[in-house]
Design a protein around this ligand. Structure first.
Ligand code: FAD
Ligand code: MG
Length: 325
């Protein structure tokens, strides 16, 4: 370690958000946390009032004009939901609210209620008006949920806030979303060392360490928000085609990208694709790399030269390529 650092944390967005700086700058710290708090208030669906909730409350009744910022994020979320084979779906809200996974009252809902609510989750039923920045949910009961991507979007904005204070080296961690800014003053290689958590283990138990510079590192997994009933695990990433937690060979997908919103979108999309389709997809997206961790303790890596990975867990196998089917 070659320098000192200052860490600040706050409970926001249902998680601990931490910021690490290498110069003391109280005004910048205040600006970052105030910005996150303000954006949370606009984007949350876990309170009765927010810009997104004003759209949800008006479902089936009338369009709602929102700020350009919220409109742009919804527009990007809708586009990601309409990508071929995407299981990312911004209209998943009614199902998320039904399962309540990670919240009080989480339980397995009746199958007929899941079927009914699935009819309220088509992204095509979200009508966007670019001129007025208005959003209309065409059926009563529809709900937009940006929980899968809002932290990435917010992390990218904190980078802009820090730049206003002339801070170009920092880490912001929004719980599963880590954005490294610039190069690290702490290592001789100037790379940041970011831990990849061991699924279902203590926070300091790692599968390995990523070495990155100026990259976002976002993970979507089954081991942060879940419950177990009759020995079956139910986690918070929902398959929009079935209404049940997305069940495939994966425990987690980590995306390494320049911006955190892209990483957040693709961690969910590639989680839904699974390893084989996900690795193929990354051939088309050279601007990002990924780490897939499977339930049978294999780690598949596609770096696309965005990061290096140091394996720490000897009970996991590092697979450089897929064995032909
Ligand atoms: P990701 O894998 O990135 O996303 C999973 C989340 O996306 C799910 O929790 C669900 O919300 C949504 N989702 C599920 N399936 C799909 C799908 N197929 N397509 C698209 N989205 C899907 N938590 C609290 O406990 N209390 C709070 O008050 C609270 N407020 C929050 C406010 C904001 C603005 C945000 C962004 C999050 C908040 N959270 C809160 C956390 C939130 O409920 C999710 O748990 C969290 O955002 C999931 O992020 P992730 O990176 O862990 O998972
Ligand atoms: Mg996400």
């Amino acid at each position: 370690m070659t320098g000192s650092y200052y860490t600040y944390s706050q409970k926001l967005m249902g998680t601990t958000v931490s910021l690490q700086l290498y110069v003391e700058n109280p005004a910048a710290v205040t600006a970052v946390f105030n910005t996150i708090e303000a954006l949370e208030a606009r984007l949350t669906v876990n309170r009765d009032h927010s810009e997104v909730m004003s759209i949800n409350h008006a479902a089936g009744k009338h369009p709602v004009t929102v700020s350009k910022l919220v409109f742009d994020l919804i527009q990007q979320a809708k586009a990601a939901s309409l990508l071929p084979y995407s299981r990312f779906n911004l209209a998943i809200g009614p199902i998320v609210k039904l399962w309540k996974i990670g919240f009080n009252g989480q339980s397995i809902p009746p199958a007929d209620e899941i079927t009914h609510r699935l009819s309220l989750t088509s992204p095509h039923l979200i009508e966007l008006d670019q001129t007025n920045h208005s959003v209309y949910l065409a059926k009563a009961g529809m709900e937009i949920d940006l929980g899968a991507i809002a932290k990435g979007y917010i992390a990218d904005i904190t980078k802009l806030v820090l730049a206003q204070y002339n801070i170009h080296q920092a880490i912001i961690n929004c719980g599963g979303n880590v954005l490294t800014i610039g190069s690290s003053p702490l290592t001789s290689s100037q790379e940041w060392h970011i831990g990849l958590k061991r699924p279902f283990a203590a926070a300091n138990s790692l599968l390995g360490i990523l070495h990155v510079q100026n990259k976002s590192v976002v993970t979507s997994g089954i081991y942060e928000r879940y419950f177990i009933f009759n020995e079956q695990l139910y986690h918070h990433i929902i398959d929009p085609f079935t209404g049940y937690p997305l069940d495939n060979e994966l425990q987690s997908v980590t995306i390494i990208s320049d911006n955190s919103l892209t990483g957040d979108i693709y961690s969910t999309i590639l989680f839904g694709f699974g390893v084989r389709h996900g690795l193929n997809e990354l051939e088309k997206h050279k601007n990002m790399g990924a780490i897939f961790v499977t339930k049978d303790q294999k780690i598949f890596i596609k770096s696309n030269q965005h990061f290096q990975f140091e394996l720490l867990a000897d009970d996991y196998e590092l697979c450089q390529s897929l064995i032909p089917a």
